[in-house]
Design a protein around this ligand. Sequence first.
Ligand code: SDX
Length: 429
Amino acid sequence: MSDKKASLSIDGLDEAIDLPVYSGSIGPDVVDVGGLTAKGMFTYDPGFVSTAACESQITYIDGGKGTLLHRGYPIDQLAEHSDYLETCYLLLYGELPNAEQKANFENTVRYHTMVHDQLTYFFRGFRRDAHPMAILCGVVGALSAFYHDSTDISDEKHREVAAFRLIAKMPTLAAMSYKYSIGQPFMYPDNNLSYGENFLHMMFGTPCEPSNVNPVLAKAMDRIFLLHADHEQNASTSTVRLAGSSGANPFACIAAGIAALWGPSHGGANEAVLNMLQEIGDPERIDEFVARAKDKDDPFRLMGFGHRVYKNFDPRATVLKESCDEVLAELGIENDPLLAIAKRLEQIALEDEYFIEKKLYPNVDFYSGIILKAIGIPTSMFTVIFAVGRTVGWIAHWNEMISGSYRIGRPRQLYTGHTQRDYVPVDKR
Ligand code: SDX
């Protein structure tokens, strides 16, 4: 923390208020406004556009430069050279693992991938056409009913085993929600497979024949999980932190994060992008939709464009765009019509004055759906895939908060309702 300060003069107050200013290792300074309460004032920042809610050392984003660092490592280098579980280790423990640490971490995850057999009965309670995010919300929240041995959040070992269980079981539960929707039997995880391979095995394998997962698709799946692993204090991660600040158990906190991620402005955007591209249907109609996105009176937004922080390319979108070409080429899907519409839409938007002026660039959700569709994953599962990848980020932030000093999150408000008034009996109204 630095010894800099801000001096705030407020009409009506005789003296200026001195507020400490802190500097991070990189990024904007922050003004500590805690002293305002003593002066009978709050800050006002709907949507937390200018609010640093916590101190963290996990992920850094520079929205102007389009930079994303996980514990200091750039996302494009991790996408190129690392894999999802190694990135999980990095996010959780702060350093890249050596060979032994990496092998032990992978092995521990491997032996937590099965779920308690009683959990299968939870699925039976859902309609077959239930949205898989609804199922995931419910089943992940229920995990706390199965692991009484790891809900003492003050115990570091309890927190660690909860992290392993969540990272390991999310793919299993995600695949189960898909299998349930198509009436096929659940597939058990196969301990001989890597994380991405295992997920595709559980999604598309059947008990009738051995799985034969395409290694290119398995690598693409792993990279998609990696690119979604963490993203600083986004809406769902902030939800996990707020839930965790009350002392709730980690499974309940992750279920809260899943619920927040589901919205189309956040993780639900990847599903919305595919639905939008299918609605556009023909490159000739792109101009019509771009015009709608610019029309203040039309609630339509170009899904997969824009970001609260990135006012440049989302570096994850850049990596995903390259992966798109690789996966479609591997599958022999030349001239995928949706990809053609996406690329044309991107080109038009990036040349359009409205998008340039508002700094609206493609975000992580713009290309991910095209790859997931090419792999054969149904649109309704796209946000579930996002949740699987983001689980490690949610847990890393939850653990960083719980293992440090924290207080229950309890924002205040600007009240503009009625001043006090007396009750009026019904015969006098
Ligand atoms: C994710 O926070 C994270 O890090 C999230 C995420 C993560 O990894 O966790 O990166 C994942 O959620 C990515 C974002 C996915 N959502 C979408 O693609 C949905 C479409 N995008 C928007 O709804 C919007 O851009 C947000 C929600 C992403 C950001 O919203 P902000 O920061 O609150 O910005 P805003 O809504 O105030 O928009 C600023 C202006 C507005 O115009 P004015 O009122 O200033 O005239 O830009 C316009 C908006 O109308 N605008 C868009 C637009 N996005 C913003 N106009 C058309 N199409 C869009 N997509």
